[in-house]
Design a protein around this ligand. Structure first.
Ligand code: F6P
Length: 348
């Protein structure tokens, strides 16, 4: 059996741990030949591969990024020609299966290729935790830990100077990162893409806190927007599968708040720091479980599936139920309700 493995979309802590687990499970249990595909589907279109053996994946659990390389610039579904190149190379390589590790874009591509006859299995990756069908994507826990540490650090400046400190997280159109890290890092206000904020109500909350605690820490998701307003777009990159790059809402918010409060307001945009570095122990274990579960799906010839973690149990769902969707924070989510009940302000 010959199996291809690729990583697609943005890098993420835990990718290497998945590559290692898939490879070792397939070699150990099936004596399979495992082929690493470089730079995601682009490498498959261009026929750039390298063998993955036991030794080449050993020691990868703790390493951030992806040893296979990745890109979010290439969409094989952009034209019949590119889709054909990918499928033709997969056939030429003699792949019996392809394990695609990536976010919603990668899952959408894997599903489309599976529909065209390439047996694919998906593994959900993203710090945003917004992939449909699973409660957790690996990488999220590590990013939450990084943001929490940042919030802890700005807390000391906020307290010492009596300031409003704003910390902006990634997450695209989902607020999971801001919600979980905001709670863990004791933010006083959390602004999510799912709940449009009222700038006057937020300013009023900061002024109230000026009288009592003297400081306010705000954790804002990059996708958050004011009531009746727009998201802050950093850049639009034409021709990319995902052309919109959000970012900078913390600066807009700082300007709007500064004229409404007495204390000084400062903004920090965490950016790619959130995606870098070694995975947490939780993400290492989850990535390893996912990698082995993907290998099990290949062994059982269960294709066009994505491995999942739902209510603490490993499983899988059809890729078709994941493709083209994003999971956002529902208004009745237990952590959101809990945070509201303990007095964290959500912008209204
Ligand atoms: O999806 C992961 C993510 O880090 C988002 O949170 C963020 O909006 C986006 O990718 C940034 O993409 P890029 O690395 O292309 O700037």
């Amino acid at each position: 059996m010959r199996v291809g493995v690729l990583t697609g979309g943005g890098d993420c802590p835990g990718l290497n741990a998945v590559i290692r687990a898939v490879t070792k499970s397939l070699i150990g249990q099936n004596q399979a030949e495992v082929i690493g595909i470089e730079d995601g589907f682009l490498g498959l279109a261009e026929g750039r591969t390298r063998p993955l053996d036991w030794d080449s994946v050993s020691g990868l659990t703790a390493r951030g990024g992806t040893v296979l390389g990745t890109t979010n610039r290439f969409d094989p579904l952009a034209s019949e020609q590119t889709a054909h190149a990918v499928l033709a190379n997969a056939r030429a390589l003699g792949l019996h299966a392809l394990v695609a590790i990536g976010g919603d874009g990668t899952m959408t591509i894997a599903h489309a290729l599976a529909q065209r006859g390439l047996p694919c299995v998906g593994v959900p990756k993203t710090i945003d935790n917004d992939i449909e069908g699973t409660d957790r994507s690996f990488g999220f826990d590590t990013a939450v830990a990084t943001i929490t540490e940042a919030l802890d650090r700005v807390q000391t400046t906020a307290q010492s100077h009596g300031r409003v400190m704003i910390v902006e997280t990634m997450g695209r159109n989902a607020g999971w990162l801001a919600l979980e890290a905001g709670v863990a890092g004791s933010a006083d206000a959390i602004l999510l893409p799912e709940i449009d904020f009222d700038i006057d109500a937020l300013a009023a909350r900061c002024r109230e806190r000026e009288q009592r605690e003297r400081f306010t820490v705000i954790c804002v998701a990059e996708g958050a927007k004011p009531r009746g307003g727009e998201q802050t777009v950093q850049e639009r990159i034409p021709g990319r599968p995902e052309p919109v790059r959000l970012g900078g809402v913390a600066h807009t918010l700082r300007e709007q708040l500064q004229s409404r409060v007495a204390t000084e307001v400062r903004a920090t945009v965490l950016g790619h720091v959130q995606r870098g570095g070694a995975p947490t122990p939780f993400d290492r274990v989850l990535a390893t479980l996912y990698g082995n579960a993907a290998a099990e799906l290949v062994r059982g010839q269960q294709f066009d599936q994505m491995v999942t973690l739902q209510r603490g149990a490993l499983g899988s769902v059809p890729l078709g139920t994941v493709a083209g969707r994003a999971r956002r924070v529902p208004s009745d989510h237990p952590l959101l309700r809990c945070a509201q009940q303990i007095g964290i302000f959500f912008g209204r």
